[in-house]
Design a protein around this ligand. Structure first.
Ligand code: BYC
Length: 469
């Protein structure tokens, strides 16, 4: 069966003119749709959703808006416009022309990075599969589905690279991206965070705040890549990624706002009283924040990494905003990296994961400070904070150690005894889940979260963003 590619798959890679690629995608597309129906948002397949669809790479008007049923979403393939005579901006190959094809010696490494990136995209859709049934408003339900379809498009972006540049093994990897599943005992997703369940909207908002932000930093690193099609693909993906983080920024802020309203009404900070009034108490929010932040820190890899050094040296993966640094070769410098055995001077190239993680932590802190400011302005003493980066790690130098949220080592017994003060307990999860009663009337919002400040794309907040039968 032929597909009208310009119509069905908006693209700027001349799909219609590339018979080999067409055949590969013709084979993959029905499998993707089967996966979407089986593993994507549960139900809602027939509901028209007000969605943004990427339709060009024009910075002024790259998307169109309209009602669409999710299985009919036009998952397109876009690369940012090429930069004429682009050269590689870092590493031992600095100044060499960017590669338009995969250099043989980097084939395995590039494939692995593209597969790792690609794996996260469908993983997140799988993690969020059941949230549609618990949405606090139609506005939020739309946000969830927007994030989901765009993660689907990001999978398409990586599958395009695999099909177009990696031949038969690329096609096999593209199949495997649909065969691994989040949390599956036998075939889990590759990276740890993407196997964690997301069963409530508080987790969703913290995931979009912290984990999508890791996505931003990883995409920014890959946007520097010497492999030009990867760099251009990631640059375009970053435009969509910004919205995903806004969902998290605003979502958490709305939870904080609602909690503060209840705290002021009841003149109390006591968790039990706030819970009884249907609000998320701040210590519970802090525990959810601790979990998703620490898990997302693991996604940057080990503090000291020969993989990271060789990605940088060979021009495969740079630093986010590489252009902002003075030294792009990084052969002679060291970074003082904290490890359980004390500070170590690590050759800068081997510490690239840590360099990126530090930039990420700073970015994360901005929002946390804003939420704390809201609490201060409401006249309360408590604050939200980022835990120490050593806390609750499973990857790198601090993995599987008993460290409290301030970064202090504690005994295993103390850690176990205090765990439920630091991370969501079974009781916290049951309470948060108990709040998740769906609200589906246009303009109405669940009691545990403040309404959004404004609607989407200049529509009113009470617009019927998802038309449920
Ligand atoms: N879980 O040398 P190391 C996103 C493995 S999120 C499990 O430190 P490296 C999104 C590692 O694979 C962005 N395993 O690692 C967000 C290696 O295994 P092997 C995703 C892990 O290679 C929300 C070993 O440990 N993008 O887009 O320097 C919604 C040694 O590690 C983990 C990318 O990840 C972990 N957390 O760096 C939707 C970009 N961490 O080879 C989407 C592509 C490490 O020894 N990936 N390992 O068996 C990369 O750049 C790198 O693979 C990593 C790790 C930064 C992830």
């Amino acid at each position: 069966m032929g597909i009208d590619y310009q119509e069905r798959i908006p693209n700027n890679v001349d799909l219609a003119g590339n018979a080999t690629l067409q055949r590969a995608l013709e084979h993959w597309q029905p499998r993707f749709l089967d996966w979407w129906r089986e593993m994507g948002p549960s139900d809602f397949l027939d509901a028209p959703v007000y969605l943004r669809t990427a339709t060009s790479v024009d910075a002024k008007g790259w998307a169109s808006w309209g009602e669409v049923k999710m299985p009919d979403y036009r998952w397109g393939i876009f690369l940012a416009e090429p930069e004429a005579d682009r050269t590689i901006g870092f590493g031992d190959v600095m100044g060499a022309p960017a590669w338009q094809q995969v250099p043989g010696e980097h084939r395995m490494t590039l494939r692995r990075l593209i597969v790792t990136q690609g794996d996260t995209e469908p993983a997140s859709v799988e993690q969020q599969r059941l949230l549609g049934h618990l949405a606090p408003s139609l506005y939020d339900l739309r946000s969830l589905f927007q994030v989901n379809v765009e993660e689907g498009r990001h999978l398409w972006a990586m599958v395009y690279l695999l099909h177009a540049y990696f031949g038969r093994d690329g096609r096999e990897e593209a199949e495997a991206l649909l065969a691994r599943h989040s949390g599956d005992a036998d075939r889990p997703r590759i990276l740890s965070t993407f196997n964690e369940p997301i069963e409530d909207w508080l987790s969703f908002f913290l995931f979009t705040y912290f984990t999508d932000r890791d996505g931003k930093f990883q995409l920014m690193s890959l946007a520097e890549s010497g492999f030009d099609p990867l760099a251009r693909t990631c640059r375009f993906m970053l435009m969509e990624e910004a919205h995903h983080m806004m969902v998290g920024v605003n979502g958490v802020a709305r939870v904080v706002q609602r909690t503060l309203e209840v705290m002021m009404e009841r003149k109390t900070e006591e968790p039990d009283k706030l819970r009884a009034a249907g609000a998320v108490d701040l210590p519970t929010l802090q525990r959810y924040l601790n979990f998703w932040f620490s898990s997302s820190l693991d996604l940057f890899g080990a503090e000291v990494s020969t993989n990271a050094a060789s990605y940088f040296a060979t021009g495969i993966k740079g630093r986010p905003d590489e252009g902002h640094y003075n030294d792009h070769v990084c052969r002679d410098n060291v970074l003082a990296v904290e490890t359980p055995d004390g500070a170590q001077d690590v050759p800068l190239r081997n510490a690239m994961n840590e360099v990126t993680r530090q930039a990420y932590i700073k970015d994360c802190d901005n929002g946390v400070q804003r939420w704390s400011k809201m609490i201060a302005q409401a006249g309360f003493a408590s604050r939200l904070t980022l835990p120490s980066p050593r806390f609750h790690r499973t990857i790198g130098a601090w993995a599987n150690r008993f460290i409290d949220p301030t970064g202090k080592p504690v005994s295993e017994a103390e850690w176990q005894a205090r765990r439920d003060k630091w991370l969501p307990s079974a009781g916290d999860k049951a309470f948060v889940k108990s709040l998740m009663r769906p609200v589906t009337a246009p303009g109405k919002v669940a009691g545990w979260i403040a309404p959004p400040e404004r609607g989407v794309n200049r529509l009113p907040a009470d617009y019927e963003y998802v038309r449920l039968a």
